[in-house]
Design a protein around this ligand. Structure first.
Ligand code: BMA
Length: 311
């Protein structure tokens, strides 16, 4: 039997609601980054009213985390943002660029779901910069580098007339985004046929930008969320060099199969390490946080040797 390309950490799940010093019913979907030699994790958590906040946990090695006593980001009370965050803030992604950390998160309200952008230098003080999409859009990840002096992000707009796909947009200043292009769409009768969306912040490899995304497949008992991988051109990420035909992770452990929402593995963060591995973080069944490691070269090979068409 071929081994899984992602090796699950034996101590999974690495974070549960029991680890949180304030009342929450879930911890999941976490953006993770290294900051001053420590691993910082921003995770989504449901409060008992069913709405989400973002908590912070940190630790020394990427496997053991301690949750800070107070949440990191809760729905804003600032006039500019509060209207669009009244139902909660979800699924944070972190991008380090120019020594600062950009955080993109989903902002929910009666008007739909938009993406908020916040900035921190130290994970103590956080400042919201802007809401950077209209409704309805989720799962925005920003590349940690500019291309031709422009910031670049992967978007996932919702559509009534085409399957939910991954787009790209550019910005000179992080606030105004445009020149959007379709990058990748779900493939018919494939594990990701229902919808796909950006997952972890892309990271550079010797052969291009690696992006771990999520895809869903509809079954008679609900959707199954799995993870896949795509390789983008190093200089022009609008070009996709290969999307792996096979998924790289599917719900298998009991806490991935059963939970708040069954059969979900969903990523918001991955950390490439100097030894050629990457730590990938995922929410299990929208209730707990798990981690696994993969060889970066295996992921790149999968994109190049066994691809499916991006479009
Ligand atoms: C998506 C988002 C994610 C969640 C996933 C599975 O639409 O809500 O936060 O993990 O569904 O429930």
């Amino acid at each position: 039997m071929r081994p899984n390309i992602i090796k699950r950490y034996k101590g999974n799940p690495i974070l549960t609601k029991e680890d949180v010093p304030y009342p929450v019913e879930t911890v999941h979907n976490a953006g993770v980054i290294k900051h001053r030699g420590r691993y910082i994790m921003l995770f989504r958590a449901h409060r008992r009213n069913g709405r989400s906040i973002i908590g912070l946990a940190e630790g020394p090695d990427g496997f053991h985390f301690q949750v800070r006593s107070e949440p990191f980001l809760v729905p804003s009370t600032d006039h500019e943002f509060m209207t669009y965050e009244e139902y909660g803030v979800e699924d944070p992604r972190i991008c380090e660029i120019d020594g600062e950390y950009l955080i993109t998160y989903s902002a929910y309200s009666r008007y739909g779901v938009r993406i908020g952008l916040a900035l921190t230098k130290d994970f103590k003080v956080v400042k919201r910069l802007a809401l950077i999409t209209q409704a309805d859009c989720r799962n925005v990840v920003i590349f940690p580098q500019k291309f031709n002096s422009l910031y670049l992000r992967l978007d996932r707009p919702h559509s009534g007339i085409s399957p939910w796909s991954i787009w790209l947009s550019y910005s000179p200043d992080l606030i105004y985004w445009g020149n959007s292009k379709l990058a990748m769409k779900p493939l018919k009768y494939h594990w990701d046929e229902l919808k796909i969306g950006p997952g972890a912040t892309p990271f550079p490899t010797s052969q291009g930008w690696l992006h771990i995304y999520h895809g869903a497949f509809q079954t008679m008992s609900g959707a199954i969320y799995r993870l896949g991988v795509a390789l983008h051109d190093p200089k022009d990420p609008a070009k996709i060099l290969g999307v792996a035909d096979d998924w790289i992770l599917q719900p298998e452990d009991p806490w991935e199969v059963t939970g708040y929402v069954p059969n979900v593995v969903f990523t918001c963060g991955a950390i490439p390490e100097e030894d050629g591995t990457v730590k990938i973080y995922w929410g299990g069944a929208d209730r707990v946080i798990c981690v696994g490691t993969a060889q970066i070269s295996d992921l790149v090979d999968l994109c190049l040797t066994k691809p499916r068409p991006p479009l």
